[in-house]
Design a protein around this ligand. Structure first.
Ligand code: BTN
Length: 329
């Protein structure tokens, strides 16, 4: 995002009306240039009202991401483990960005956040809707010695730790759907995408990408094709994104550190306590394979899903689970 766009957003961030002339004077550009920039911002998903005679205002005030506020929201112990923190106004994908930066030797605990992603990635090749300034898009790098076997397990750690971070800001009732979807009353609140590069059985780097719907604009959400919710709906109020980011980083850094030292044990119990699917009928779509139906029976120590299919206990490492309300014949 051009620096002009950032300046305009900062001027409008208070949610009050600002005339075109006022914005033009503040930026030292013409009114028509202001109009052009505002048009681009609307195209990027920013909700803007224009009232003749009064000017422009954001649909709701934006609290921009601020590194200092995020660090202030973190515990000193977690701050020490954080090896770097980058905040971008616009990026393709925070996961993709850290993957690109890996060869420069980033250390464990390096985090990247963005106000918006123009190519946000979801699981199973889906797009992650990432409009400007209203949600949380966060990626964290962690290096492991244990190879790709870590992948599924670290995903579980990330899932349960994100739920605990939400609880720390007062959001309760969030559960998990394998492998790491965060649900509230059956609607998706947040998703986690893990990317991994390195050796199958040796050193590897893991990028944990978390997207949390904080105050998703209705317009931007039109392209989401499954039930979803956001923190604004759940809490009925405004959520401080910097505090949320600080709590998510606290919880993740602590969880990944614990996982590295002591294995999955503690997080596995935590995940099971938050499991929304246990004992329920589900459909599982295996990537590139057929759909399977069965009763979800929790997860294994490797992070796989346990499913009772036609009376036989099966384990699945990958796939997309859909909850079924009624039993199959
Ligand atoms: C899912 O499909 O449930 C996973 C969504 C993960 C979205 C996050 S947003 C931050 C990070 N960057 C991305 O491109 N994706 C993840």
């Amino acid at each position: 995002m051009a620096s002009r766009h950032k300046q305009i957003i900062s001027l409008l961030a208070d949610g009050a009306f600002h005339s075109g002339t006022e914005l033009a004077t503040a930026l030292g550009i013409s009114r028509s240039a202001v109009c052009k920039h505002l048009h681009t911002l609307v195209e990027r998903g920013i909700e803007l009202y224009r009232v003749p005679g009064r000017g422009y205002r954001l649909a709701r005030p934006i609290e921009l991401l601020d590194p200092e506020a995020i660090l202030n929201a973190m515990h000193p112990g977690a701050r020490r483990v954080l090896s770097g923190l980058e905040i971008h106004a616009e990026i393709d994908s925070t996961n993709q960005y850290l993957l690109r930066k890996l060869p420069s030797g980033l250390a464990s605990g390096y985090a990247c956040l963005a106000e918006c992603q123009n190519a946000g990635r979801g699981r199973c090749g889906r797009h992650w809707v990432s409009p400007f300034g209203c949600n949380l898009y966060l990626s964290l790098l962690w290096r492991f010695e244990a190879g790709f076997a870590t992948l599924g397990k670290a995903g579980l750690v990330a899932g349960s730790r994100t739920v605990r971070a939400l609880e720390a800001i007062g959001v309760n009732g969030v559960g998990l759907k394998w492998p790491n979807d965060l649900l509230w009353r059956g609607q998706k609140l947040a998703g986690i995408l893990i990317d991994m590069v390195g050796e199958l059985k040796g050193p590897c780097a893991l990028v944990v990408g978390i997207g949390i719907n904080v105050a998703m604009p209705r317009e931007a959400a039109l392209s989401i094709d499954r039930p979803w919710t956001d923190l604004a709906t759940i809490t009925g109020g405004v959520v401080d994104r910097n505090r949320l980011a600080g709590c998510v980083l606290d919880s993740l850094l602590e969880g990944l550190g614990e996982f590295e030292r002591s294995g999955l044990g503690p997080s596995l119990q935590d995940w099971e306590a938050l499991d929304e699917t246990r004992g329920r009928w589900v459909a599982l779509q295996v990537p590139g394979g057929e759909g399977v139906r069965g009763i979800a029976l929790g997860i294994t120590e490797r992070g796989s899903l346990r499913l009772l299919v036609d009376g036989r206990l099966q384990e699945y490492e990958h796939g997309e689970v859909t909850l079924r309300e009624t039993a199959y014949e």
